[in-house]
Design a protein around this ligand. Structure first.
Ligand code: CMC
Length: 436
């Protein structure tokens, strides 16, 4: 990707004591301008300090745009609401990877290519059998996705565009198979091979919920719901796991290893693990009348408890994905005839109270996508331990798309942040006999 940002006529002025420097300002298509500090150290001998990267753009990207204040999420310029309403997940994958929506012929070809790669090397099943049955499926995913690089040697040469594309297709195609295998292994049922005449979501549901001794027919409403969940999670610009994938990839590591690193990062409860944590929290709250007690705890600075599924680093307005997820949640519960889900009652009431509470209003803490996705996935039949796995499955396309974009950027360099050192200054070694 050639840089397309424009140098703005404006410059930023940095003054330290008597000295001052002009720094270039760059403009993208939309969104805030950025101050280019790439030469700052050479010019000033100083670094910038930004723990958590709250004010730092780490790369130039053309894939996803978020306006957190306005609650906007665009994939390649298209609003998430329109993609989730009208498209399917593989169309979104094509869009994220190639930059444009596919024509009918391109879509058919892409679906065919993904479908042809759904099986995993038979030896992979032996690999699974090395795990304890009660291993967390995310642990199994980190290992098995990393292990793909041990099985697909013909798509690990990152300098070959053809291999990069095959790796991308393989990643999208094999994630559902590996995720379903992680689930089946955990519950002690036989692995189910993919069935390529099914659509992506139905195939995944079948691999998870069918058994060899019975016919399985995926419910189209539930397949559509899971497909929409995948679309909503497909990419989210430079979040923690995507930045992890980019950082790992910046050293030239192969794409499967990089995505395994992304999965490890996603696992944390402040990121992808939040839907699992949100559902556990609803269970812990237990009944609507206990909500005030938990709201009080969330506000107490001396209590580490936070309302899981609330707040977002970027969305300081309603998460646009949460709105779609809330509707999908009701569609799934309606289709399955779940009228009285106590956890849903708690969720609705918790949201109502939190949205009226000064603490949450002041801090712009709104329910995020994870708040409703946990309830939906549970209704679909997934155990909580699988929630983050489904997130990883969907995000794989974002990770690989961002990785590809980075590798194809001629200006790409190894990622190497600096630090503000506050440890001991240089001192001499003391022999052990003389230490006090
Ligand atoms: N419950 C109670 N208070 C909260 C919460 C919460 N969920 N989130 C933030 N706050 C408070 C926080 O204590 C701080 O208060 P104060 O200004 O008085 O010190 C203020 O809001 C700002 O919080 P922050 O930690 O500086 O915000 P952040 O941008 O660093 O953190 C977050 C974002 C998502 C990690 C955080 O809101 C959180 O831990 N939420 C719960 C976990 C969660 O749902 N994560 C899913 C994120 S969405 C999925 C994804 O993209 O991965």
């Amino acid at each position: 990707m050639d840089a397309v940002s424009k140098t703005s006529p404006a410059t930023a002025k940095l003054s330290v004591g008597e000295q001052s420097w002009d720094l270039p300002v760059l403009s993208g298509t939309i969104g805030p301008d950025v101050i280019d500090i790439g030469k700052l150290y050479g010019q000033t001998g100083m670094f910038t300090y930004d723990p958590g990267f709250t004010s730092t753009a780490s790369c130039e990207s053309q894939i996803t745009y978020i306006d957190g204040d306005a609650g906007v999420l665009l994939y390649r310029g298209y609003p998430i609401e329109q993609l989730a309403e009208n498209g399917d997940f593989l169309e979104t994958c094509y869009l994220l990877l190639y930059g444009e929506l596919p024509t009918a012929a391109q879509k058919a070809d892409f679906d065919y290519r993904v479908t042809r790669h759904t099986m995993v090397h038979e030896q992979m099943s032996r690999f699974f059998h090395g795990f304890r049955r009660d291993a967390h499926p995310m642990a199994v995913m980190v290992a098995s996705v990393g292990a793909l690089s041990a099985f697909y040697h013909d798509s690990t040469d990152i300098s070959d565009p053809q291999q990069r594309m095959i790796a991308s297709i393989r990643m999208i195609a094999k994630m559902p198979t590996l995720a379903a295998m992680a689930y089946k292994y955990n519950i002690g049922q036989p692995f189910v091979y993919p069935q390529n005449d099914l659509d992506y979501a139905s195939n995944f549901l079948r691999m998870c919920f069918s058994v060899p001794c019975e016919e399985y027919k995926a419910n189209p409403i539930l397949s559509r719901a899971i497909d929409r969940i995948f679309i909503l999670h497909a990419d989210h610009e430079q979040n923690a796991s995507t930045s992890t994938v980019r950082l790992a990839g910046s050293s030239g590591a192969n794409p499967f290893a990089c995505v395994a690193a992304g999965i490890a990062c996603l696992w944390g409860p402040a990121h992808g693990g939040a839907n699992e944590a949100a559902l556990k929290m609803l269970g812990e709250i237990g009944s609507v009348d206990r909500i005030p007690e938990f709201i009080k705890r969330a506000k107490d600075k001396n209590d580490p408890f936070r309302l899981m599924g609330f707040g977002h680093r970027v969305y300081k307005n309603y998460d646009p994905r949460a709105k779609i997820m809330q509707r999908t949640c009701h569609e799934v519960l309606g289709e399955l005839g779940i009228k009285d889900d106590p956890l849903l009652d708690i969720a609705v009431e918790l949201e109502r109270i939190a949205l009226q509470d000064e603490y949450f209003i002041e801090r712009k803490l709104y329910p995020n996508i994870d708040f409703y996705s946990g309830i939906t996935l549970r209704a679909l039949g997934f155990p909580t331990s699988m929630f983050t796995v489904l997130f990883a499955l969907a995000r794989a396309v974002g990770w690989i798309g961002q990785w590809k974009e980075m590798i194809e950027d001629p200006g790409q360099r190894i990622g190497r942040p600096r630090q503000l050192y506050t440890g001991a200054a240089q001192r001499d070694y003391v022999p052990i006999a003389r230490r006090k």
